[in-house]
Design a protein around this ligand. Sequence first.
Ligand code: ADE
Length: 223
Amino acid sequence: MRVDILTLFPEICRAPLSESMMKRAQQAGALDLRIHDIRDWAKDKHHIVDDAPFGGGQGMVMKPEPIFAAVESLRTAESRVLLMTPQGRRLTQQIARESSHQQHLIVICGHYEGIDHRVVERLVDVEISIGDYVLTNGAIAAVVFVDAVVRLLPGVLGDENSAEDDSFASGLLEAPQYTRPAEFRGWKIPDVLLSGNHAQIAAWRKEQALKRTRANRPDLLQE
Ligand code: ADE
């Protein structure tokens, strides 16, 4: 998969997407990631990328010209253009999975008070929010989105099955996990995990997953 990120802050994206699994995905050829500075497409002398909002109001709005120029120079017939914005559809595992089937993602990071709406109307296929809170910068949201998508690409996770057990893949949160020591500060792990009885362990995990989901995310059980 090819991913182009368009941001005013390339460095915010670079480090988190060049470590661990994201590094491995690139080394394995599963991910061709390019991080671009939108300013490189601002053709005026001072590389201006924002301006005051028409109609008045606080803050600055990202200008359309550099963003159109960037996307038009990068896109092909296979590209899907996304905008990271708190006004977007809320990111879910399903959106991550659908996105992982695309050949080419162009991810635009918003900044300032917003982005000229002609970008949304004429250029963007889908607006994505990573949650109901406001970050200073869409680049942080883009990192979250790209990580969630890339780990689903074939060959990126060591064990092909491990994405299957994820929270949300089953509709429930994951059951608790424990590792050695079996007793720590006097706190013992549940006996069933030492029983060697796989059917009982599976039943315990299912019950714990339900309990955790009920406590932390009752909304997942209501659908
Ligand atoms: N930019 C600022 N806040 C954001 C959010 N919650 N999701 C996506 N992009 C954002």
